[in-house]
Design a protein around this ligand. Structure first.
Ligand code: ZN
Ligand code: ZN
Length: 241
């Protein structure tokens, strides 16, 4: 399977990542990708860049060396309300790409299955969000059968995160279940590296073996097809505006 985009990449701005935007772009180009998204952490993840960093992403060209650059963010889901910590300015959609993920450092309150289900339903209804980030976490399980069709109906892409199996222990079975329900419910997914160093941009092997295991249909993997991906950008982001 050929991929044309990696939409979850960190840079040195996240402070626990080790490459620059330009290094990530060069790696994407080397791998033949047409798009890459810069999605540094925000808010309560320790030492995340502040609002000026995200505001000034507008200085980054939309394309460098033939690679389209989505100016994005990895926001935190803050608790059962589903509120996310996106900077105020970007509610006007200045950002091209918004991932929302749960990180335990930023979540406050209980995280039983009902709380997590409510949180994700509310995130699904948030029009600024594009991607549901690494949602297979062991300690933040939600009702996949109930919520995944709501992601689909609200044009959210469910992430299959290739870093999860190394850094988020024990989540494989949850991720497999999520993939199975996406397949059954015809919900599009996006495969991402969640790279924290340039050489990991586009490294999707572990996610691909999971998708193979569940015999996941290629036509639902949005970043395996340039036309599908650009249609998504055209219809659900401001990238081409
Ligand atoms: Zn994350
Ligand atoms: Zn990340």
């Amino acid at each position: 399977m050929k991929f044309i985009a990696d939409t979850h990449c960190h840079t040195v701005a996240s402070s626990h990542a080790y490459s620059t935007i330009l290094e990530n772009v060069q790696e994407a180009k080397k791998k033949g990708f047409k798009y890459i998204a810069m999605t540094d952490h925000t808010g309560d993840v320790p030492e995340s860049p502040k609002v000026w960093y995200f505001h000034n992403l507008l200085v980054i060209p939309k394309e460098i060396d033939g690679v389209g650059i989505l100016r994005g963010i990895e926001s935190n889901v803050l608790g059962p309300s589903g509120r996310i910590d996106i900077p105020e300015f970007s509610k006007g959609n200045e950002l091209d790409w918004v991932i929302s993920s749960i990180h335990d450092v930023a979540w406050t309150g209980a995280h039983g299955i009902d709380e997590c289900t409510n949180a994700w339903i509310n995130v699904a209804k948030n029009p600024v969000v594009n991607v549901i980030g690494h949602s297979g976490l062991v300690n933040f399980k939600y009702n996949y059968e109930e919520v995944i069709p709501i992601f689909r109906d609200n044009n959210k892409l469910v992430e299959i995160n290739a870093s999860s199996f190394n850094v988020r222990r024990g989540c494989y079975e949850n991720c497999k279940k999520i993939a199975e329900i996406c397949k059954k419910s015809n919900t599009p997914v996006i495969v991402n590296s969640d790279s924290h160093i340039a050489c990991h941009v586009g490294r999707f092997d572990s996610a691909l073996s999971l998708l193979k295991e569940v015999n996941f249909p290629e036509n639902l993997i949005i970043n395996s097809n340039l036309e599908s991906f650009e249609n998504y950008l055209r219809n659900h982001t401001h990238f081409f505006n």
